[in-house]
Write a protein that binds this ligand. Structure first.
Ligand code: AMP
Ligand code: TRP
Length: 340
């Protein structure tokens, strides 16, 4: 299509966007969009691998689209769309499911974490199949690069393995994608403010700064962040809590981690936290303002998503037709109707 790399990524509309999502993923999507053929998906089929109240899911889907744009994704440059509006995702996922060894899926760390100590009777099978659907998302658009946070590394490996397995079995069909994961200190892994041994996640809201949190709440969360007991900062002795705060500072100010370290060397933890809080509040303020303006015009958002889905369907259907054909399935129906 073009000589620019095709970039694809996605986030589940199962909660609000937080600093981990922003620094680990979205910020890098924004930075790269001019130089690539970018597609950003709202992966609602992934979200329903755990039960979601329908009205809330609908609302969060539109909110996430607004958030993508508020963070700087430009729908004129990049394609923004909702996964469920492109049926090829579910269709290709089935083809891939049939050629994915169960052992590969059972070995996924996220699957093991999410199912640990739970009885099979209470778990939907979607949790096991999750990475296969993710591979379908990526392979359908022949993505060259997938910018994600560090926690998605293993899922990306699986997508690569599946692309190679399919190509080997049925002939060249899919581009083998590359993961683009920022180094940990550049946002690849933002840790929880209340427990810096764990990644920042919406499931632990006290340790998580949501992009839409009011400034006072953001300040409070950061001022209470758990750190070691040193009085002042020195990199050699710094524990994970204070390092994480410096990582956040460097992310939101676009200062290198090394420069942030020099800036704060010898400073007291209270003062550092206040600077980090100021920087975060300043960085999210324009995002919040843009978000409010976008949410005030729901028809424009819906129109943008409709157009995005249309373009995504055309691209995805073209790949799906080849995958069907190579597998020995009859061609998808657009061909039967003579217009594909
Ligand atoms: P999720 O919220 O799990 O749908 O994740 C969406 C994107 O944000 C993925 O690319 C994740 O890798 C990334 N992400 C989520 N949490 C973090 C975190 N704490 N640090 C860095 N990246 C993250
Ligand atoms: N599994 C990813 C996450 O939780 C979301 C996702 C689904 C994704 N499909 C994708 C990310 C395709 C990148 C590309 O963060």
């Amino acid at each position: 299509m073009t000589d620019r790399p095709t970039v694809l990524s996605g986030i589940q509309p199962s909660g609000d966007l937080h600093l981990g999502n922003y620094l680990g993923a979205v910020r890098h999507w924004v930075a790269g969009q001019e130089l690539s053929d970018s597609l950003f998906c709202i992966v609602n089929l992934h979200a329903i691998t755990v039960s979601q109240p329908p009205e809330e899911l609908r609302q969060k889907t539109v909110e996430l689209a607004a958030m993508y744009m508020a963070c700087g994704i430009d729908p004129k440059t990049s394609l923004i769309f909702v996964q469920s509006e492109v049926p090829a995702h579910a269709e290709l996922a089935w083809l891939l499911t049939c050629m994915t060894p169960m052992g590969w899926l059972e070995r996924m760390t996220q699957y093991k974490d999410k199912t640990a100590g739970k009885r099979g009777e209470r778990l939907g099978a979607g949790i096991l199949m999750y990475p296969v659907l993710m591979a379908a998302d990526i392979l359908l658009y022949q993505a060259d690069e997938v910018p994600v946070g560090d926690d998605q590394r293993q899922h990306l490996e699986l997508a690569r393995d599946l692309a190679m397995r399919f190509n080997h079995a049925f002939g060249d069909t899919f581009t083998v994608p590359t993961a683009r994961i920022p180094p940990p200190e550049a946002g690849g892994r933002i840790m929880s403010l209340v427990n810096p041994e764990q990644k920042m996640s919406k499931s632990q809201p006290e340790g998580c700064v949501f992009l839409n949190d009011p400034p006072e709440l953001t300040r409070r969360k950061i001022m209470r962040a758990q750190t070691d007991s040193a009085a002042s900062f020195s990199l050699a002795q710094a524990g994970p809590g204070i390092r994480n705060l410096l990582g956040i500072y460097s992310g939101v100010t676009s200062m290198s981690f090394a420069d942030a370290v020099s800036l704060f060397e010898g400073k007291g933890y209270g003062a550092i936290k206040a600077s980090v809080a100021d920087a975060v509040v300043a960085a999210v303020a324009p995002i919040q303002e843009a978000y409010r303006a976008l949410m005030a015009e729901p028809e424009a958002l819906e129109e943008m998503l409709r157009a995005g889905a249309q373009r995504a369907r055309e691209r995805a259907d073209a790949t799906l037709a080849v995958a069907y054909d190579n597998t020995g399935l009859l061609p998808p129906k657009s061909k039967w109707q003579g217009n594909g």
